[in-house]
Structures are given as structure tokens and as C-alpha cells.
Design a protein around this ligand. Structure first.
Ligand code: FPP
Length: 243
């Protein structure tokens, strides 16, 4: 198919990204891992900008997993610092460029000043409609599912929800991503091909795209490649299409 033909096909509305390879990027250059994360944050800025230009309406970034606490205290501290700097420095730009910033995941163990900053950023960008950028922080897909199950079990215990009302729709509505459509495309950089407890329920029908490049090296051309790759996929959702 020519790129002209593929340009007429819908691009992904929601792209979810596992941003992997910061540590290796730094180590390959003889730097501490933090330098890779810093460069990774630069890549985030570029990808947010380019994704908007390519018509992506929802971008969900796995910035800190529930399992990332297992890293050294130093690395965790550096990542929290980077998130702080990112919100501080980029908030005005994000707000002025139509970005609605949201956070999913359990933010209660995050440093309090960071929690406050994130809440302010969410409040100040809530009305923006160009692109919704969701940061998954201290997020785990299994944890999300367990929380939703607990929420519904509580509803049943309180007599507010019938067991037969626990439907796919109701379950989806109880997840932290209830305001987002399911991802159309899940991208993972850094050469690994696994989902690592990211949006497990939500990615049931997502197209997968694995890129060998390390996250800090990702630029506009790669975002273009993501969109184009998606446009060449045939999504069937379990049905048989064509012959
Ligand atoms: C995985 O690379 C990446 C992370 C655990 C953190 C992602 C964080 C950023 C991109 C920067 C901060 C984010 C924002 C939104 C400002 P890795 O360290 O596991 O890399 P490796 O596999 O090479 O070790």
C-alpha cells in the first residue's frame, strides 16, 4: 500500500506507551541511569507535541510502575525529581497547547509536594480538549483490576449493585481509565516485547508495536512510524472481515 492510501485510513485515537530503555541509553554513553531518564523526559515533550500533530487524541505514558519502587532509592528519588521538574517547567506550555494532563495509579505514596503539583496541573488543564496526556504513576494493571473488583464488591455489599449488573461496561467504568477509550495501539520501545503489567484490561484489543530504539532516541519520525504502522493493521475484534 502506498503511503498516500494509508494516509486516508484512521490513525490511532489512543496510543499507550511503555517508555523503555532510558538506563541502557545512559549506560551506553558511560553516564549514570538518571541521565537517561532526563533525556527520556525530553523525548516525552517531543512525543506529546508530535502525537498531537498526528491527530492522536489520547496518549498514555507509563512513567513509573508499581514495581519501580524496587529500584535504588537514588533512582526513585531522581525519577520523582524529574516528574516535578517536568510539571513545573512544562505546565504553562501544556496548558496553552490544549493538553489535558491526568494521572492514573496510586499517587498516595508519592512525595506530597509532587501530589499537590499533579493535582494543580490536572485542575489547570481539565478543560483542554486537543490531546489528553495521562501519566501512569505508581500504576499496575493488576492493581487497577483488583481495585475495580473491590469497588464493585463494595457496591454489592452495600446493596447498590446487583451481581448481574457486573458487566464489561460496569467493570470498565470502575477502572482508573474510565474516562479514556481503550488504547488502539500499545507501543513499547527498547527491544523488549512484553506488557509488564501496563493497561492489562484496556489493551485486550490493542495493536502492539515494538520498537528496538531506546526511549530517549524516539523522535517525530518514530511517532510517524507508529501512526503509519497502525494504519496498515487490520483490526477484527474477533470477527471475520473480508474473505
Ligand atoms: C524505563 O527505562 C523507564 C522508566 C522506568 C521511567 C520512564 C521515565 C521517563 C521517560 C522520564 C520521566 C517521565 C516524564 C513523564 C517526565 P529503564 O530505566 O527501565 O531502561 P533500561 O531498560 O534500559 O534499564
Amino acid at each position: 500500500m502506498s503511503s498516500l492510501e494509508s494516509d486516508n485510513r484512521p490513525g490511532p485515537r489512543h496510543v499507550a506507551v511503555i517508555m523503555d530503555g532510558n538506563g541502557r541509553w545512559a549506560q551506553a554513553r558511560g553516564h549514570p541511569r538518571t541521565v537517561g531518564h532526563r533525556q527520556g523526559a525530553e523525548a516525552v515533550k517531543g512525543v506529546v507535541r508530535t502525537a498531537g500533530e498526528f491527530g492522536v487524541s489520547y496518549l498514555t505514558l507509563f512513567a513509573f510502575s508499581a514495581e519501580n519502587w524496587k529500584r535504588s532509592a537514588r533512582e526513585v528519588q531522581d525519577l520523582m525529581g524529574l516528574l516535578r521538574t517536568f510539571v513545573q517547567r512544562e505546565l504553562d506550555d501544556l496548558r496553552d497547547n490544549g493538553v489535558c494532563l491526568r494521572v492514573i495509579g496510586d499517587r498516595t505514596p508519592l512525595p506530597e509536594d509532587l501530589q499537590d503539583m499533579l493535582a494543580r496541573a490536572e485542575a489547570q488543564t481539565r478543560a483542554n480538549r486537543r490531546i489528553a496526556v495521562t501519566l501512569a504513576l505508581n500504576y499496575g494493571g493488576r492493581q487497577d483490576i483488583v481495585n475495580a473488583a473491590q469497588q464493585m464488591a463494595q457496591g454489592v455489599a452495600d446493596g447498590e449493585l446487583g451481581v448481574d449488573e457486573i458487566s464489561l461496561q460496569a467493570f470498565g467504568d470502575a477502572l482508573s481509565t474510565s474516562s479514556l477509550p481503550d488504547p488502539d495501539l500499545l507501543v513499547r520501545t527498547g527491544g523488549e516485547q512484553r506488557i509488564s503489567n501496563f493497561l492489562l484490561w484496556q489493551c485486550a484489543y490493542a495493536e502492539m508495536f515494538f520498537i528496538d530504539k531506546l526511549w530517549p532516541d524516539i523522535g517525530p519520525d518514530d511517532v510517524h512510524a507508529m501512526v503509519e504502522t497502525y494504519q496498515h493493521r487490520r483490526r477484527r475484534f474477533g470477527a471475520i472481515i473480508g474473505s
